[in-house]
Design a protein around this ligand. Sequence first.
Ligand code: BGP
Length: 490
Amino acid sequence: MKKGFLWGGAIAANQAEGAWNVDGRGPAMTDVTTGGSVNEPRYVTYIDKDGKPGKIPAHGHGSKIPEGAKYAVLEDELYPNHDAIDFYHHYKGDIALFAQMGFKIFRMSVSWSRLYPNGDEATPNQKGIEFYRNVFKECQKYGIEPLVSIWHFDTPLYLEENYDGWNNRKLIDFYERFARTCFEEFKGLVKYWLTFNEINNTVMMLNLFGNSAGAKEHQQAYQQLHHQFVASARAVKIGHEVDGNNMIGCMICGITFYPGTCDPKDIIANRHMWEKSIFYCGDVQCKGKYPTFAKRLWDEHDVKLEITDADLKDLAEGTVDMYTFSYYMSSIVTTHEVNDKVSGNFSAGARNEYLQYSDWGWALDPIGLRYYLEMIYDRYELPLMVVENGLGAFDTVEEDGAIHDPYRIEYFRMHIAEMEQAYRNGVDLIGYTTWGCIDLVSAGTGEMRKRYGFIYVDKHDDGSGTMARSKKDSFYWYKKVIESNGADLD
Ligand code: BGP
């Protein structure tokens, strides 16, 4: 990799910190979301207007509870994000372990409701600021650059309940205040930022629900996204004003789509899938304006967006400095009948007979990562960072405490080799943060047993465990990779 390549790992506040109601933190949606599994969805829990408890499938991040109901933590349910892996109280030890592996960068997110418990307060919660400052100082101690996601699936629950979340334009101002606080309070400690994690999930979700997502759902999704685009652009502008050294990126859920057949209808469908799922968000955030194909997307579902002139000005002025994305899989797009379907990470499609699948049904496709890198670099010519990539797998702790995870090593080996190839082909790839560098709560299923880490955490799906940390074989392997700047992948 290029000199100064930023090797590291990534986590997110709601999946790692725990301490959900400690030191003034307010709740987020993940705190009223139960655990699930590969076959059982997670549920969002509530108390209805007659005082009766209830739950609805969480469907990612946008489902609605009945009229008059209030989100609630129910006694006989388990909420894995409440304690997560208690990074809140373990951050010093965890960062020391990252430093042992030689991390140059550590991606994490700031919990919005830790800084603004309800989201609409005029001033932030000082305890929250103190916590993150301590975390960043700990990184600084080891020469690790923090990479901070300002929003990672955790709008304060109060804003969801009282303002109807991102449907409401006011969220732009609340987010702007939150982002400004981050830039000002952490100035000098943080240089790399992301505005919204996997911002395109909102459109990906529409695809997932197929025909059940009609005009209303499209209208809502595109308007929410518009609010997030403006919020992101304003944050980029503020970030640049506060510190000219800040490097701020978009963050896209990156999936490489392939046409299922050479039927021209499939070729067009595949192109449209790229446009709707991947380019729509990337274009607005990198080029500062809606792409030509946006009109087609809106017309298809009779979407009429409320966009002001000031919004357009913000979008044009708030373009990002780098393109960052997660990459876990590729997916097939076809207009033909499909019998064997697979799904994962906000997308679904036909099974690809040339690929293998993880235990959670995610297509393992390292070449797809190279395809994505080259395609995106060609489109935007901005520095790229892969800020999530990893294998969720079952790990076994041996009697002697060792954890042998050759499957994870193999996964990373193949993906890093493809990144290297893309770099040689001219892509300006500047960093790589593997997902879940330490085991954490899965966003999709809420499980602990879907483990991603180089570091094992003794925490289990039923909430038991000591929270003790131990090194897997991949820990030593990744250390070697970083030491050799990616040359030694054996
Ligand atoms: C991405 C999210 C992460 C992370 C990852 C793995 O969509 O940005 O938060 O969790 O996917 O997904 P999962 O946890 O469902 O295995």
